[in-house]
Design a protein around this ligand. Structure first.
Ligand code: ADP
Ligand code: ZN
Length: 844
């Protein structure tokens, strides 16, 4: 789509899943404002929608009359800078979704203006029969509108007041009879700039004369308060609090001409990361850091687009490199974006960026209110912030002139969006955005994804290795922690295993308690026990809505519960089997709650903090837990994978992995990679300062490659062992996948839909085959449909089909084939959905 910027017409993409842009006429008054990237209101069918201008065009087919753009919503600058507009277009084509869906994701939620229909009574005298029930409803409506004295009444409100729907035919008839006018009007956006009322002493007034001229004591106090403030002004709230005056006093002073009131825009900022950012330390880079920084800065200075893979072990000083590169970017007058997997889990990283760049940084995160998010977005757009730091959606921050994009922990699966569309991978979008902006992209990780590793091997990315930890003063060599493996199966055989913690791990914890050092324990399962089962009949309670067993929880102060981790369903835990009625139920396995209980038994005086989804549901809970642990308020931090990421606590010298096998045996070609990454990441939390660290891995699969290579801190060895299978099977990074998910409330219907749809896709394979080598052709396959690994979630049955293709097939040819299959299959039956997921990272 050419993005021409002049012409009498505008191409507009409504912010909804419509297949293509629509052409509208641009009234002369709006001509200068309706530029590409600007938000507009356009008539669309019977509604009015918010859309984005994506181009201006001159020619339109003969004899076509176009509807005009109704209004332009951006008056200062278009909402989207040019590169971002092009990026969204690329995302739509690459991720097989509509441009409107991507644009919606790039704009702050809740700011779109939607049309509503408003009804007005005309002046015509009522001549409406009331013989039928329908006529009576019409008469009631006219009476209602008549009471509005010329003001309109939104259709929805009218329906609410009348307690019934108003049939379109009735409205049409009323209008045809000249009794009613129907107008399309814009609703207020749900989110807008927030203002506060301020007061100031009027120019030319001498507040010193107040006691002589004002009779009321309150009036005198208020004037005195304002006179004593900077610029003789205060917010009304502050002025009232400080003077004890009331809003009537203000009103009176305004009438008397002493004081004037005005509105000032206020910014809503989340508090979480503002508190006490420490001053940045001045440190000299060590050689590997310097080499990495020089390479990055070289590309920045040359204005060259380049993607770097900063492969540095945990504690090698990657964050320090990001900080310096960002400083060079800002010094060159450009802006930067820093992506982190999840803000709540990386408070230390965020604080370091704020310490260096202060108020230049906008921190974006998922728990911001819509107002906070809108304010941050507007100030980024206006250039008041020059750095955006946040999770995956920050890659769409509306910054202009981006010079650097950093993706920290680039291997993290949380960079992939699933619902709603666009189902994008923020790392890959970051690389593309940098490309479009002529910027530098830095992907950092201690355990790069197989994709990025391979891209570096192929020369697409430039590898910057940092194989050693930053040397710490007082220690000869900064060493990675010692790793020990405890074979749980063997411990059980020799009858040494009582609960979840082996004797070896217990001893290691005791040693830390004795030395006043800290321990991090990873148990990647929440709740008390993953399974409750009947010893008599073997029955295990399942979720009524999902095809999964329920997890036993023992919430403090409440009766034990069974909970579904997929839909949140909760019931009281039974004391007898639902099936056979026997009182012989066994809770198998250990979640974080049970490990916590075991720790309390074994180490009664140890202070334990538990961090999992159940203890962090409140806003700011993560930060409070981590701050408490960092202060030394606890000896042991126990949690799910939340404890594995990005934490830097100098007193932690032991990391224990209670069960390294969780997730290892899932039917996913990335299961081993995920496990290795998690083990390496959590192990990296140990021994980051003077005292050496130790890692204890408990497993029933001590020979598994993920364990063996984690033991040796051998990333390269692991990835070289993991890749051949993927190459053989044509999986990423040696091939491409598109996952198609079908779901709906009726199993047979979904299965039929999946079958019909997949047949359409299969029909389109031959065209993709042309020009492929024989070896490549083998890997072009449609796999499925098959029932999903978890066949039902939230009462929805799920089936999957996977399209697998060699790299020689262009990704756009793949998505085109998928789009054609989708169109040919027709719209899914009621209640069913088809979700297309390009480059899926989850389970299929
Ligand atoms: P990574 O991001 O690779 O885990 P960090 O950048 O967090 O590593 O560095 C680990 C620790 O070492 C941090 O406490 C950091 O302040 C410190 N550090 C980083 N670079 C240096 C350096 N050149 N000299 C001294 N300390 C450093
Ligand atoms: Zn459920």
């Amino acid at each position: 789509m050419p993005l021409s910027t002049t012409g009498a017409h505008a191409l507009v993409v409504p912010l909804s899943p419509v297949p293509q842009p629509y052409t509208y006429a641009v009234p002369p008054a709006l001509d200068a404002l309706a530029v590409p990237g600007a938000r507009v209101l356009v008539p669309f069918g019977r509604r009015t929608l918010t859309g984005v201008v994506v181009g201006r065009t001159g020619e339109v087919a003969e004899g076509v009359t176009l509807k005009p753009v109704a209004d332009v919503l951006d008056v200062d600058a278009p909402a989207l800078p040019a590169t971002l507009l092009r990026l969204t277009e690329w995302m739509a084509s690459y991720y097989a979704c509509s441009w409107g869906e991507v644009l919606r994701a790039a704009l702050p939620a809740g700011t779109e203006v939607e049309g509503m229909r408003v009804l007005y009574r005309t002046d015509a005298p009522a001549a409406w029969p009331s013989s039928s029930k329908r006529d009576a409803l019409g008469r009631d409506l006219l009476v209602l509108l008549g009471q509005r004295n010329g003001d309109g009444l939104p259709l929805k409100e009218a329906e609410a007041l009348l307690g019934t729907k108003l049939p379109p035919a009735l409205l049409r008839d009323l209008r045809a009879a000249g009794l009613l006018r129907i107008a399309e009007e814009a609703t207020d956006p749900r989110v807008r700039a927030k203002t506060a009322r301020w007061l100031r002493i009027r120019n030319g007034i001498d507040p010193g004369t107040a006691p002589d001229n004002l009779r009321g004591l309150r009036q005198q106090m208020l004037v005195a308060t304002l006179a004593a403030s900077t610029d003789r002004a205060l917010s009304q709230a502050d002025a009232l609090a400080a003077s004890g005056a009331s809003s009537q006093t203000v009103q009176r002073l305004v009438e008397l001409g002493w004081v004037e009131a005005y509105e000032v825009e206020v910014e809503r900022r989340p508090e979480a990361f503002d508190s006490a950012a420490p001053a940045p330390q001045r440190i000299a880079l060590h050689p590997a850091q310097r080499a990495a920084l020089e390479a990055i800065n070289g590309a920045l200075v040359a204005g060259k687009t380049e993607t770097f893979l900063l492969h540095g072990v945990t504690g090698s000083g990657k964050t320090e490199v990001y900080l310096r590169a960002l400083k060079a970017t800002l010094d060159a007058g450009r802006t930067g974006i820093v992506l982190v997997p999840e803000i709540a889990l990386t408070p230390q990283t965020v604080r370091r960026f704020r310490a260096h760049f202060g108020d230049d940084v906008a921190v974006l995160h998922s728990r911001m209110s819509p107002g906070e998010r809108y304010d941050a977005w507007r100030h980024l757009r206006a250039g008041r912030y020059r750095v955006a730091i946040g999770p995956r959606s920050a890659v769409l921050a509306p910054l202009e002139n981006v010079g650097l994009i950093v993706v920290d922990e680039e291997h993290e699966a949380s960079y992939k969006q699933f619902d709603p569309a666009p189902r994008y991978h923020a790392r890959d979008v970051a690389v593309m955005r940098a490309h479009l902006a002529g910027a530098v992209c830095v992907l950092g990780s201690a355990t790069p994804s197989a994709e990025s590793y391979t891209n570096a091997q192929r020369g697409k990315y430039t590898l910057l290795p940092m194989p050693e930890r930053v040397p710490v003063p007082g220690r000869a060599a900064a060493r990675l922690p010692e790793v020990r493996v405890v074979d749980l199966a063997r411990e059980q055989e020799i009858r040494r295993l009582r609960g979840a913690l082996s004797v070896q791990l217990q001893e290691a914890i005791q040693a830390r308690l004795d030395r006043k050092e800290q321990t991090i324990l990873l148990q990647n399962r929440r709740g008390y026990a993953p399974i409750l089962t009947c010893n008599a009949c073997g029955h295990t309670p399942e979720c009524p809505s999902c095809a999964v067993t329920l997890t036993l929880h023992r919430p403090p102060g409440l009766r034990p519960q069974l909970r579904c981790h997929y839909c949140g369903f909760t019931r009281a835990a039974p004391s007898a089997c639902d099936h056979c009625g026997q009182h012989d139920l066994a809770d198998l396995g250990a979640g974080t709650q049970r490990v916590e209980e075991e720790l309390a038994d074994l180490f009664p005086s140890a202070r334990v903090l538990r961090m999992d989804l159940d203890t962090t549901s409140k806003k700011d809970a993560h930060r409070k837990l981590l701050t408490a642990f960092g202060r030394g308020d606890a000896d042991i931090l126990l949690g799910t994978q939340m404890v594995a990421k990005g934490l830097d606590f100098p007193r932690v010298t032991l990391v224990g992995v209670v069960n390294a096998d969780t997730g290892m045996l899932l039917p996913d070609f990335r299961a081993a990679e995920r496990t290795f990454q998690l083990l390496a990441q959590v192990g990296g939390r140990a021994g980051r300062a003077e005292r050496p660290g130790e890692v204890v891995l408990q497993t029933r699969n001590p020979d598994h490659p993920a364990i063996q290579f984690a033991l040796a801190h051998d990333y390269d060895g692991f990835i070289r062992a993991d890749l051949p299978d993927r190459r053989f099977l044509g999986y990423p990074p040696f091939g491409r996948l598109v996952g198609i998910e079908f779901k709906g409330p009726n199993e047979a219907t979904v299965e039929k839909l999946a079958g019909r749809w997949t047949t359409q896709l299969t029909k389109r394979l031959p065209r993709l085959l042309s020009g492929l080598s024989e070896a490549d052709a083998q890997h072009l396959q449609v796999l499925g449909p098959t029932a999903a690994f978890i066949g039902r979630v939230k009462k929805q049955y799920r089936f999957h089909t996977i399209l697998k293709a060699p790299l020689a097939v262009s990704p756009y040819a793949l998505t085109a084939a998928v789009a054609e299959a989708d169109a040919a299959a027709g719209s899914p039956p009621k209640g069913c959905r088809v979700n297309v997921d390009v480059d899926p990272v989850g389970l299929y």
